[in-house]
Design a protein around this ligand. Structure first.
Ligand code: B12
Ligand code: SF4
Length: 491
């Protein structure tokens, strides 16, 4: 372990160089997803914003490199960072650990810190020699405290939300959820640390306008944290204690008004669950005369409760909304405590479309899905009104009761590596290879429902090539995902 983490060495207070790293995913499914969605490393922008400006912060997004490890090693050699921070989802945790080992070898005196979603749900997985500190939960306040202590050469032990590794790893602390701070204390993220024009995503809408790009530059904005619902596969209720905390509407509008991009992809858990806040934010945006286009997250019950909210947001520029349909039967929806029904999902879908808002319909398959269930889902999707569709496999998040329930049946050695919600974590009823084939067919068949296909949108040649390549790689990634499993599980 690093000496400063142990509090053993006295150093003069100094300005630090901090390198924050977003890893490149190892799974083909996620790499294929990058072709449609390559979004800002906003989590790193948040923690960078919490660091006093006298320190130098550099963000390295390894998703843009063909040889990410080489790029990382070159960067640390050039920069000689004092602190290296990694973010990571669960499916990226092995990559984060491997990079930490490289960093430790190349920079033995640097403080190596990890944060992000995996650190929250499986901190013990990061308890390795190459890592000094694990930040669990919202990272701004703990990371600022770590940086300040390190620059004074003080110990970082005892900082709330920060776990040390090795002998002093606090096994009791990981059993509780880190408290979520008051969102008013969070700084606006620093976007000056990357080039916003590099971050794009396929932009869904029902009625495109001439000249609309299919892959515009996008900024991520978080207007609120948490969700009040309790879907049993989802970790959000635990992360935010079942609370929905909106930010101050005027501050969100100011942030949006200052963005260099015209397209805003919200990264809330549910944007409209508090209708008063959603209206207040709409008012704050309108008062400032901000002209942007938006993608947001919602659920059927919210839409059905307040359809007028979506008409207001449509006028403001809401082009599309994510709607968690999950399953085609009420029984399945009840099982995961979704809190909505097939009929309610359909009603919300049609309400959004009548307001002119395109729907991104998200469905889940079960590892136990049979041929008949695949067929039922395919028929359901074929019959529904136009929507951009996505399909995941119901893999409950570590930390949920559903995850505890499946744990004894997990069929791979390191489930974190495959936790991208597309790889079944428990045995499939169908032979795995067949499951993957049907999954890929499902994804491909749903393309015909895409509103942009239905309107026969004219796409510039370059974007057509990008989307065609994306479709090809995406479909191939699903077809081949069985290869991420040991060979004896394939058939
Ligand atoms: C919006 C969102 C997305 C967006 C992208 C968001 C983005 N930022 O790029 C999209 C739709 C693309 C997406 C995709 C996916 N997502 Co997602 N997503 C979310 C959601 C709703 C919010 C994430 C977010 O942007 N938060 C805002 C940022 C600022 O907060 P944050 O990431 O938590 O970061 C804070 C702390 O974690 C900490 N921190 C983070 N990194 C670091 C690093 C250091 C050094 C420190 C000190 C602290 C620190 O401080 C940060 C600042 O507050 C979360 C649910 C949630 N509430 O977390 C799911 C969630 C993170 N997603 C999840 C998953 C599974 C996926 C997918 C695999 C799903 C799929 N099959 O498509 C993909 C993977 C994409 C990828 N590239 O790897 C899971 C992760 C589960 C896990 N155990 O890893 C979550 C938790 C959803 C869930 N209910 O389970 N996602
Ligand atoms: S799945 Fe969506 S609606 Fe359900 S608890 Fe999670 S964030 Fe809330």
């Amino acid at each position: 372990m690093n000496n400063a983490a142990q509090g053993g060495i006295i150093r003069a207070e100094r300005d630090l160089t901090i390198l924050l790293v977003k890893p490149m995913a190892r799974l083909g499914t996620i790499r294929a997803l990058y072709r449609y969605l390559m979004l800002e490393p906003i989590e790193l922008g948040y923690i960078a914003a919490a660091v006093p400006r006298r320190h130098r912060v550099v963000v390295l997004d390894l998703r843009f490199y063909r040889n990410p490890v080489g790029a990382f090693l070159r960067k640390i050699e050039n920069l000689s960072p004092d602190i290296i921070g990694f973010t990571g989802y669960s499916h990226e945790s092995s990559t984060v650990k491997a990079l930490a080992v490289e960093a430790r070898r190349a920079m033995p005196h640097a403080l190596i810190v990890v944060g992000g979603h995996h650190a929250v749900v499986a901190a013990d997985d990061y308890n390795i020699e190459a890592i000094d500190a694990i930040v669990r939960g919202e990272g701004c306040l703990p990371f600022r405290a770590v940086v300040e202590a390190f620059s004074r050469a003080d110990s970082i032990e005892g900082i709330q939300g920060v776990l040390l590794t090795g002998d002093r790893f606090d096994t009791a602390a990981v059993l509780t959820w880190p408290p979520f701070p008051n969102v008013a204390d969070l700084p606006p993220p620093r976007r000056d640390l990357w080039d916003p024009s590099r971050y794009t995503c396929v932009w869904a809408c029902e009625r495109s306008r001439p000249g609309d790009s299919l892959f515009p530059a996008i900024s991520l904005v978080r207007s609120s944290f948490g969700c009040r619902m309790k879907c049993s596969f989802c970790i959000v209720p635990q992360l935010c204690g079942g609370q929905h905390q909106p930010r101050v509407a005027d501050e969100v509008a100011e942030e949006i008004g200052g963005l260099r991009t015209d397209h805003v992809y919200f990264c809330d858990d549910e944007n409209f669950i508090d209708p008063d806040f959603a209206m207040e934010l709409a008012g704050a945006i309108r008062r400032r005369g901000i002209q942007k286009r938006y993608f947001a997250w919602t659920r059927a019950t919210t839409v059905n409760r307040c359809p007028e909210l979506f008409a207001t947001w449509r006028e403001l520029g809401l082009d599309a909304a994510f709607l968690g349909f999950e399953f085609p039967t009420d029984e399945q929806l009840r099982k995961v405590k979704k809190g909505s029904t097939v009929a309610e999902n359909a009603r919300a879908h049609s309400a959004l479309r009548s307001a002119g808002v395109a729907v991104h319909a998200a469905f889940m398959l079960m590892p136990e899905s049979t041929r008949e269930e695949f067929a039922r889902l395919r028929d359901y999707v074929q019959e529904m009104p136009p929507a951009q569709c996505s399909f995941t496999v119901c893999t409950p998040s570590p930390g949920t009761d559903d995850y505890k329930a499946i744990e004894p049946r997990i069929w791979v050695e390191n489930p974190h590596d495959l936790h991208d919600c597309m790889h079944p974590l428990t045995p499939t009823k169908l032979p795995l290879r067949e499951f993957c084939n049907l999954y890929a067919r499902q994804v491909a068949a749903a393309e015909s429902k895409n509103p942009m296909r239905i309107e026969h949108r004219r796409i510039p040649f370059k974007e057509l090539v990008r989307v065609s390549l994306g479709t090809f790689h995406y479909s191939r990634a699903f077809k081949n995902l069985y290869r991420d499993y040991p060979r004896h599980l394939w058939e």
